[in-house]
Design a protein around this ligand. Structure first.
Ligand SMILES: Nc1ncnc2c1ncn2[C@@H]1O[C@H](COP(=O)(O)OP(=O)(O)OP(=O)(O)O)[C@@H](O)[C@H]1O
Ligand SMILES: [Mg+2]
Length: 242
C-alpha cells in the first residue's frame, strides 16, 4: 500500500498527518518535500545541514534508499534541499517509489509532499494507491479543494478533515460534504484542532507515546482511526480491482 499525502495549499497539516499515519501503520515515510519545516525536520534531522542526498542518489541510480530508524518514529527516507533544484521527472519518481514499495513490502509506504504542483508531488500522486488530502474547514481552503478535486479526478482521493474546531461551522461542514459527494470521494475520520501540536517539540509520534495524557491520547485515537479507515478503503479498492 502506497499512500501519498498531498494538498494544493500549504500548512493544512500534510506533514503531521503523513508522520502519524506512517507511525500508526509501521510504514516507511518518504519525505519528498525539500523545505526545512517538513517531515525530516520533525523526525529530528536538519535537511539543510545534510551533506548527502540519499533520496536523490537512489532516484538517480535507480536503487532502493536505506532507511533511517529510531524508536517511536517512523522509518524515514530523508529529504534534502538539493531536491528543489534537481530535474528528476515525475515518471522516474513514480516508478522508483513503486519499486521501493515492492522492496519494503509488506510495509506500507507513506509519501509526504511539497504543496502545489511539482515533479516530486506529481510522481507521488502517480505512484499512489490512495491520495490522502487533509482538509481544513475554511473558505479559501475549500475553494482550493474544489479545484484540486477537479485536477485529481483520475486518482483515488481520500479526504481527511483536519484541525477541526470543537464546534465546526455547519455551513462549511455542509460544503465539504457537497464537494465530496459531487466528486464521489470518501471522507475518512477527522483530526481535531490540537493547539498543543503546534508547540510540540518531542520527536516521538503522537501514536507512539507510551503513556499519553488525555489530550495526546485523544489525538492518537483520531490518527489511528484515520489509519484504520485508510486501510479499509485500500482493501475495498483492491477487491474492486481484482
Ligand atoms: N490537527 C491539528 N491541530 C492543530 N495544529 C495542527 C494540526 N495538524 C497540524 N497542525 C500544525 O499546523 C502546522 C502546519 O502543519 P504541517 O507542517 O503538518 O502542514 P503542511 O501541510 O505539511 O505544511 P507545508 O505546506 O508547509 O508542508 C504545524 O505547526 C502543525 O503542528
Ligand atoms: Mg509539510
Amino acid at each position: 500500500m502506497l499512500i501519498t499525502v498531498a494538498a494544493s495549499k500549504g500548512g493544512v497539516g500534510k506533514t503531521t498527518l503523513a508522520y502519524e499515519l506512517a507511525a500508526a501503520l509501521d510504514a516507511v515515510l518518504v519525505d519528498l518535500d525539500w523545505d526545512g519545516g517538513g517531515a525530516t525536520r520533525m523526525w529530528g534531522d536538519n535537511p539543510l545541514a545534510r551533506r548527502t542526498a540519499p533520496l536523490l542518489d537512489a532516484l538517480e541510480r535507480r536503487a532502493t534508499p536505506r532507511l533511517r530508524s529510531r524508536p517511536g518514529q517512523p522509518a524515514l527516507v530523508p529529504s534534502s534541499p538539493d531536491l528543489a533544484a534537481s530535474r528528476v521527472p515525475s515518471d522516474v519518481v513514480a516508478d522508483s517509489l513503486q519499486d521501493w514499495a515492492v522492496a519494503w513490502a509488506p510495509r506500507p509506504v507513506v509519501v509526504d509532499t511539497h504543496p502545489g504542483a511539482n515533479e516530486f508531488t506529481e510522481g507521488g500522486l502517480l505512484a499512489a494507491d490512495l491520495v490522502i488530502v487533509p482538509v481544513v474547514l475554511a473558505g479559501r481552503e475549500l475553494d482550493a479543494l474544489e479545484t484540486m478535486l477537479d485536477e485529481l479526478a483520475a486518482y483515488r482521493v481520500v479526504l481527511v478533515p483536519n484541525m477541526v474546531p470543537a464546534l465546526p461551522p455547519a455551513r462549511l461542514v455542509e460544503r465539504l460534504k457537497t464537494l465530496a459527494d459531487n466528486s464521489q470521494v470518501p471522507v475518512v475520520g477527522m483530526v481535531s484542532e490540537h493547539r498543543w501540536l503546534r508547540r510540540r517539540v518531542r520527536r516521538r509520534a503522537v501514536v507512539a507515546e507510551p503513556t499519553p495524557g488525555v489530550a495526546v491520547a485523544k489525538a492518537a485515537a483520531e490518527y489511528r482511526a484515520v489509519a484504520k479507515g485508510v486501510v479499509a478503503l485500500f482493501k475495498q479498492f483492491e477487491e474492486a480491482t481484482v
